[in-house]
Design a protein around this ligand. Structure first.
Ligand SMILES: NC(=O)C1=CN([C@@H]2O[C@H](COP(=O)(O)OP(=O)(O)OC[C@H]3O[C@@H](n4cnc5c(N)ncnc54)[C@H](O)[C@@H]3O)[C@@H](O)[C@H]2O)C=CC1
Ligand SMILES: O=C(CO)COP(=O)(O)O
Length: 329
């Protein structure tokens, strides 16, 4: 069968939802978690109570904590947090057959190196075929079979089309594209902008202010993409505009909720409430990379300044409101 079995690496909320979606698309799925006890629980209870409660695992899916069990995989979905992608990809390298597509589903930029996720995979797994999947998609929505559309991109667009077809179902529609850099920039940058929108709502600055941030944030991420090798038109799509609309407008987004807590005065160290907020980990890298190529990103800069403690939330808002009045671009 088409690219069977599929190895889903990472059994958090998104990995579990994607594993179910792949099974719904007719794929044979192996779900990997690093924690043997978690693997045992998932296998026995057939649900992921810790990361995606209330959703049964698709029948037939197997769960493992042994990387060796992934050796037969003909397609890998890499669904660990962005900052763990290098470590996990390195562990997968000796296991996965050369020429296997590795689709990164994490949304972020590597701290320190400033590497995009497909670059990390290309460095660590030189024999793999890197691809990226991104777009507006809450794990809970996908897992419950609510209609969702995302994009899967690879340098070889024919491969992206094949993978998209292998993983799609009527409720999980995967478009394909040939601009992985643009797609991964959209996913990484929107998380930082979602934090800004959360701050605005937590601070009760109003819906109009949030809409302004979405539009100005979209201009920022398009400029960033142009400077870093993504096609601006890609950012008009699902990964970029689509994901901004979702995560900048919903308290279900962990990045938005993190920003909302900051806006209400919760200290940065506590604002995530123990949940993953990728934008908080990507903001510094995004801003450093923007500066390195002369890209203006005032909203992302403001978020980074709040997170680093350089500015208070009030000072960051003032800094945005006192920028010179200028042409819209
Ligand atoms: N939850 C969602 O709705 C969506 C999440 N994403 C992205 O997917 C990625 C993963 O997010 P979630 O699954 O939601 O996070 P999560 O917090 O629910 O799960 C993360 C999983 O990764 C595992 N993990 C963490 N560090 C690891 C390491 N060093 N080695 C191996 N495993 C490790 C954890 O044990 C856990 O199973 C993020 O980049 C996120 O932005 C993308 C689209 C939707
Ligand atoms: O990326 C997501 C939806 O597209 C999930 O957003 P959060 O990580 O902010 O929850």
């Amino acid at each position: 069968m088409a690219r069977d079995p599929v190895a889903v690496v990472g059994a958090g909320a998104w990995g579990t939802a994607l594993a179910n979606a792949a099974a719904l698309a007719g794929r044979k799925v192996v779900l990997w978690t690093r924690d043997p006890e978690h693997a045992r629980l998932l296998s026995e209870t057939r649900t992921n109570a810790r990361f995606l409660p209330g959703v049964p695992l698709a029948p037939g899916m197997t769960v493992t904590a042994a990387l060796g069990d992934l050796a037969a995989a003909r397609l890998v979905l890499l669904v660990v947090p962005a900052q763990a992608v290098r470590e996990v990809a390195a562990a997968l390298t000796p296991v996965i057959a050369p020429g296997t597509p590795v689709v990164v589903c994490a949304k972020g930029i590597e701290r320190g190196s400033g590497r995009f996720m497909t670059e990390v995979v290309a460095e660590v797994m030189p024999a793999a075929l890197p691809a990226v999947l991104s777009g507006p998609s809450f794990a809970g929505d996908v897992a419950r079979g609510l209609p969702t559309a995302v994009v899967l991109a690879a340098a070889d667009e024919a491969l992206a089309a094949e993978l998209a077809a292998a993983l799609s179902s009527p409720t999980f529609r995967i478009y394909h594209g040939g601009d992985p850099r643009g797609v991964e920039i959209g996913g990484a940058a929107k998380n930082v902008l979602a934090i800004a929108c959360g701050i605005v709502m937590g601070r009760r600055l109003g819906e109009s202010a949030r809409a302004a941030l979405v539009a100005r944030g979209f201009a920022e991420l398009t400029r960033f993409a142009r400077a870093w090798g993504g096609r601006p038109e890609t950012l008009m799509g699902l990964s970029g505009l689509g994901d901004l609309v979702l995560t900048c407008g919903s308290p279900k987004s962990r990045n938005f909720a993190f920003g909302d807590a900051l806006g209400r005065g919760v200290p940065a160290a506590e604002a995530a409430g123990g949940r993953l907020a990728e934008g908080a980990l990507t903001a510094a890298a995004l801003v450093a990379m923007a500066r390195a190529r002369g890209v203006e990103m005032p909203v992302a800069e403001a978020v980074d300044a709040v997170l680093s403690g350089a500015l208070t939330v009030g000072e960051a808002i003032d800094s945005l409101l006192h920028r010179p009045i200028r042409a819209e671009a």
